[in-house]
Write a protein that binds this ligand. Sequence first.
Ligand code: GLA
Length: 384
Amino acid sequence: MIEKDLLYEFSTFYKKEPRIFSSPGRINLIGEHTDYNEGFVFPAAIDKKIYLAISPNGSSKCNLYSNTFASTFSFEISKREKSGMGWPDYIIGVVDELIKAGHQLEGFDCVVGGDVPTGAGLSSSAALETCFAFALNEINKLGLSRHDLAIISRDAENNFIGVKCGIMDQYAALFGKKDEALLLDCRNLEFENFKVDFEDYRIVLVNSGVKHQLANSEYNVRREQCEKGLSQLKKMNPEINSLRDVSSNLMLMYEKKLDPVIYKRCLYVAEENERAVSAAFDLANERFSSFGQKLFASHEGLKNDYEVSCQELDLLVELAKESKGIVGARMMGGGFGGCTINVVESRYHDQFIKDIQKNFKKIAGTIPLVYNVSISGGTMEEFI
Ligand code: GLA
């Protein structure tokens, strides 16, 4: 067990007993690139998690050890600069946001690890941020709510890392519940839990193997394009305060009035928002086939209109479409690599994996990794 290994490593390293925290990666059933447009998303926390063993050390120094990367990093709380190493920045970023918000923090010793694959679109970064935000809130007794911690974590990513992400991943990690997905309204951050009772179906993630390097820069470009679209739409109709306010039908009326690329981006967002809400109700009413069609439609929109897919993801979705027992499939997360999410009838599950690995290898030359995930609870303290 990862948490037991961390406990052992921590005691060996620091010669004291830590507290242990965990925070999950996430899947997103549908509702992609809608969160920063005040729209709807439908994510769930999964049983792949970041674990953290941590203890305050009575100084102003933070000592980090990552057993995933087998590397250490230390920084002074008063000196919060980029590490140049990647992973520590998510932690320094969280500390930075807490300090900027006026909180007093003590230095700490920690060991961090976990099994959320990186670059797979499962939001290992939000899992890391929320795990630290939650743990630092506990060990420093800051009294922040889960909502506050989601904002702090999102801001760490926006300001320190420089990815202008929305709130979906941090919310999914902090508010996830076993066997439930949350239909989150990113305008007011209210959400409704939907039971994901997939007795006869399984969620299978297939990793394209492409690490989304383009993602950070292109992600910010998409966000700017949405903002540009919004400001033009607002000039024509002052009642539009976000792309969330524009239905796909209304969007069609603006086709000739917007730059074609901006139009495609905005149309996708309007359509995806509608799909996310109706897909959640499909699920609640066990209309699996209709739910699955929306996943395929979401992929088409992400590929053609939002243009955040890549050849390997498109290939995985095409291969999934040809498979027996497939309900729906699409790329998941920010895009440009990472995983597809597939909903497959349980009785065809093994066959699906065998075929997609074989057929992908024939064309792309590599065997894609497959993750079977179950929907699990959110960020918490672990008592071993
Ligand atoms: C990334 C971001 C999220 C969201 C998705 C796309 O995961 O962190 O905020 O925008 O991409 O839906």
